[in-house]
Design a protein around this ligand. Structure first.
Ligand SMILES: [Zn+2]
Length: 117
């Protein structure tokens, strides 16, 4: 029996993509979008549904608990780049406030959006 042809490499998943097992569930994504309402970077008003989710703390490989809503914040593309480039660090507080620490060490808080306001 002839061997089956191999799948061409150009059909493989693009490099740099997060493996499927590292992605949060659709339910978690919806929860984070509802909680954050907008990009969580201070002063940014890009709607959450147009943002990506970014980990507060990078999860260890295979650690699914790192993909929970408690470890994810909505962040627009521009601010994801800024975070990665300049070293901004988010911390998610219990009430949904996101505290950002900038490269200079200053902190800025993005309060949790008010419900029904
Ligand atoms: Zn933003």
């Amino acid at each position: 029996m002839p061997a089956r042809p191999q799948v061409p490499t150009d059909q493989a998943a693009p490099t740099g993509q997060v493996p499927t097992t590292q992605r949060p569930s659709a339910r978690t994504v919806a929860r984070v979008f509802a909680r954050d309402a907008t990009c969580t970077f201070p002063g940014c008003s890009v709607p959450a549904f147009r943002c990506d989710l970014d980990h507060v703390v990078a999860p260890r490989p295979g650690d699914e608990s790192g993909n929970g809503a408690h470890n994810l914040v909505a962040l627009c593309r521009r601010h994801r780049v800024l975070r990665a480039r300049d070293g901004w660090r988010p911390a998610l507080l219990g009430d949904g406030t996101v505290r950002w620490t900038g490269p200079s060490g200053h902190t800025y808080e993005r309060p949790a959006p008010r419900r029904g306001a």
